[in-house]
Design a binder for this molecule. Structure first.
Ligand SMILES: NC(=[NH2+])NCCC[C@H](N)C(=O)O
Length: 304
């Protein structure tokens, strides 16, 4: 397979969609590794497998409607495999195998049959201490936006998944890209106070537009830099509640076609009426309770 990802929204040809089956028992608070799941467990509202399956089936139907080739990871018994995004990611024709949080490390084996379709020359493995997950990486032509955490408490934070070492290595592999590292606010147990991955606070839609949550960034100057790059009129600003609902985490099939959660009324209205996009709405509220949404459920391999 010839990988090709130059940006976040080019016409999608081939993608991996996560696996909702056999996701195991409800985790305990100690077992959870992101604030949204923590909150969900605390409030006794963890989603049922049947509901996760039905939401992901709706997503798959939309992808198929647009003739996208869909791969699935193999099922690992009693293991959460919904969020394909973090396991690996593609930049241009290279697949980078993430060094994911140890709690999720077993997920990678389930992608072997997909990784094997890529020539070994185009696979990048990172040194063990270079941490990175796909949810922190957004490619946009000459730019590479990477979410990270420079918190002195990095080692103790389960929600800090990408470190400076991984960013330095990516700089060497992609010397022509302008790499923008963004320090994200982190909190392992309070979903209103921290951001798990970059794609929970910022995402790109269309050719030159973005969805952004200002308080997700430690430094206002990082937020301001993004607004300057895209232009104020091209930024859709979201509020605290919308961040909690994971509004930035929609998924583009093409510059003018997005898959969104049908609960995102304000965003969907804006995408259609102001930005002239086709919005495919599906229910995804149950999956959102586990700390990810539509972008997180996918791992794009080929975009036109
Ligand atoms: N790209 C993303 N935002 N992925 C969300 C992953 C959520 C998952 N519960 C985790 O903590 O790893």
């Amino acid at each position: 397979m010839k990988l090709n990802i130059k940006n976040e929204t080019g016409r999608l040809k081939s993608v991996v969609l996560g696996q909702p089956k056999s996701n195991g028992a409800v985790p305990t608070l100690e077992e959870s590794y992101d604030a949204k799941s923590y909150h969900t467990i605390e409030n006794n509202i963890y989603p049922k497998e049947q509901d996760i399956i039905s939401e992901m089936t709706e997503f798959e139907k939309v992808l198929k409607k647009y003739d996208v080739e869909v791969f699935r990871p193999k099922i690992i018994k009693d293991y959460n495999q919904v969020f394909a995004r973090d396991v690996a990611f593609v930049i241009e024709d290279k697949m980078i195998i993430s060094n994911i949080i140890p709690d999720r490390a077993d997920e990678q084996e389930a992608y072997r049959h997909i990784i094997d379709k890529v020539s070994w020359r185009n696979i990048i493995n990172l040194p063990e201490t270079a941490h990175i997950e796909g949810g922190d990486v957004i490619v946009w032509n000459g730019f590479l936006f990477i979410g990270t955490s420079y918190s002195p408490d990095y080692r103790n934070l389960k929600t800090a998944r990408t470190n400076e070492y991984a960013i330095e290595i990516l700089k060497e592999y992609f010397p022509k890209k302008r790499i923008i590292d963004l320090d994200l606010r982190k909190n392992d147990t309070k979903p209103y106070e921290g951001i798990l991955h970059l794609d929970c606070t910022f995402n790109i839609v269309g050719n030159d537009k973005c969805i952004i949550y200002k308080n997700g960034f430690v430094d206002e100057s990082d937020y301001q830099l993004l607004v300057d790059i895209f232009g104020e009129e091209n930024c859709f600003e979201i509020n605290d509640r919308e961040m909690f609902d994971m509004v930035p985490n929609i998924f583009s099939i093409a510059p003018d076609i997005v898959v969104s959660d049908k609960a995102f009324t304000r965003l969907n209205h804006h995408l259609r009426d102001e930005w002239g996009m086709t919005v495919e709405e599906i229910p995804y509220r149950e999956i959102s309770k586990m700390g990810g949404l539509l972008r997180c459920s996918t791992l794009p391999l080929v975009r036109e």
